[in-house]
Ligand binder design. Structure first.
Ligand code: EPZ
Length: 463
């Protein structure tokens, strides 16, 4: 069994998913309402932030996804007591933080990148931290040079070994002036989670300003931190001695919301996404309307539907916030296979994020990937060949096929394609999808999808 299938089975077992594949009878519009809870890309970081406090934190809107289970395992390995007092509510008590053996960290982390964000809090709490070899979706090299350079700037000592990276803080960590070569979400979170308790002031230039970053800043401020967000991607953090626990409801998962919106368009359906708000989806909503999708902003969510008639091709360039998010292109590309004409999607954040299109072409799509991009777009991440472009020519009818999920967002696009296609498809490695899509099988059932769950997940992969 290859490592992706192993990761998928582990992820599936973590959330009690009974099957690692799904058989879909497509061609039926999805109709109905689904609820979206807290963002995977905020909740996992908010859980880590609880390590910085000397009293318990309460986080609400926590989705039942595999990545949350991974972080819970890592926190427990470091002595944090975690209690789920109600559905979607976690209480995290860091009163007895302890070091964990790297083998235990490695076992828990598996294919997640989250351990790197434990560095700052553990260096403050214990003067030591350890990062195993990091995994995450296979959408690019995903180096951590920005993270390590920032930690060194605070005074951490970084030692690489074949087991991973060992960090120590012989002296107290001290505030620093840091300029990121690219507004990396992870590196910005790294600086925030370290600077809040470092001695003195940190000025972070070229910071990421995604809604999840702003929500993390709100949490840290509730804990007692002093953080000011200034114009032009500058964030200034004045370190404090101690922080207290927070109580916070996580921002909704805009990636999941955009994915269900794309599913409504590709299947000719009508889906209301409860919990979604307009502010965080502005750029997506503009593109959605340009393609020909309709939406209605409601009190408690957003309704997305296909108004009938032909869809229109678009030009999209992924970018950092407030641009079009790289995590939105995979689900939306399925709908673009049904647009009348040629769409072009330029991926500028990751260097290998069109792998999922192979399976869509097997299902009848007409997508050509240009490894070197099509236009003279300025490189985004320095030193990295990142311009890739996909040209999607439509409309071409989709038909059923057996496909294997390659990564989280690519996996959801495969689900959408199978639902939109005429005939039957089997999508395997669906455990990967449970890393970031809460209860997606139940939601497909709610939306009237026609499917079966063939095979049971081997129980011994449970962790
Ligand atoms: C976060 O990843 C999200 N993951 C990603 O979502 C999202 O695509 C990404 O931000 C961009 O918005 C989580 O929050 C867990 P980056 P992250 O650091 O922090 C390069 C999903 O599907 N880089 O902003 O890893 C990097 O290789 C996931 O939910 C360096 O070169 O993203 C990439 O090309 C996928 N060196 C670019 O910057 C570094 O040290 C953006 O990465 C760090 C990053």
């Amino acid at each position: 069994m290859n490592s992706l299938a192993q990761d998928s089975q582990k992820a599936a077992a973590r959330v009690g998913l009974v099957s690692d594949s799904i058989t879909i009878h497509g061609g039926k519009p999805l109709r109905g309402r689904v609820e979206v809870r807290g963002a995977k890309n905020l909740v996992t970081k908010a859980m880590v932030a609880s390590l910085l406090a000397d009293t318990p934190s309460t986080l609400k809107g926590v989705p039942e996804i595999s990545d949350v289970a991974v972080v819970s395992g890592l926190l427990k390995a470091h002595g944090v007591a975690i209690d789920s007092s109600a559905p979607g509510v976690l209480t995290l008590d860091p009163s007895n933080v302890v070091g964990a053996h790297f083998a235990e960290i490695d076992a828990h982390a598996g294919s997640s990148r989250i351990p790197i964000l434990f560095c700052g809090p553990l260096l403050h709490q214990l003067g030591e931290a350890f990062i195993p070899d990091l995994g995450g979706c296979r959408i690019g090299d995903r180096p951590i040079d920005f993270h390590l350079n920032a930690l060194r700037a605070f005074g951490a000592v970084v030692e690489k070994s074949y087991q991973g990276i060992h960090l120590t803080a012989p002296q107290k960590l001290v505030g620093a002036d840091i300029e990121l070569p690219f507004p990396s979400v992870g590196a910005t979170e790294q600086v925030l989670l370290t600077a809040v308790r470092a001695e003195g002031t940190t000025e972070l230039k070229n910071a990421a300003i995604e809604p999840e970053i702003m929500d993390l800043i709100a949490i840290l401020q509730k804990m007692g931190a002093i953080i000011s967000v200034e114009p032009n991607r500058v964030i200034v953090i004045e370190g404090v001695e101690t922080l207290r626990g927070y109580t916070h409801t996580a921002i909704f998962d805009r990636n999941e919301a955009a994915s269900w919106a794309a599913a409504a368009l590709a299947t000719g359906g009508d889906i209301t996404v409860g919990g979604a708000t307009q502010q965080e989806l502005m750029t997506f909503l503009n593109v959605y309307r340009k393609v020909g999708g309709e939406f209605d902003v409601l009190e408690d969510g957003i309704r997305f539907w296909h108004p009938g008639g032909p869809l229109k091709p678009v030009m999209i360039e992924t970018d950092v916030h407030p641009g079009f998010m790289t995590d939105w292109q995979q689900p939306l590309i399925v709908a673009l296979t049904q647009a009348e004409g040629e769409s072009v999607v330029h991926e500028t954040v990751y260097e290998n994020r069109f792998g999922f299109t192979e399976a869509l072409n097997e299902m009848g799509a007409n997508i050509v990937v240009h490894q070197s991009g099509l236009a003279s777009i300025t490189r985004r991440v320095p030193r990295r060949p990142l311009e890739q472009a996909a040209v999607i020519t439509g409309p071409t009818p989709l038909h059923g096929a057996d496909v294997r999920v390659p990564d989280l967002r690519g996996g959801f696009s495969h689900l959408i394609a199978a639902l939109a296609a005429e005939g039957t498809s089997t999508v395997s490695n669906v455990g990967i999808i449970s890393r970031g899509y809460e209860l997606f099988i139940d939601k497909l059932r709610q939306l009237g999808a026609d499917f079966e769950l063939p095979s049971a997940v081997a129980s011994d992969t449970a962790r």
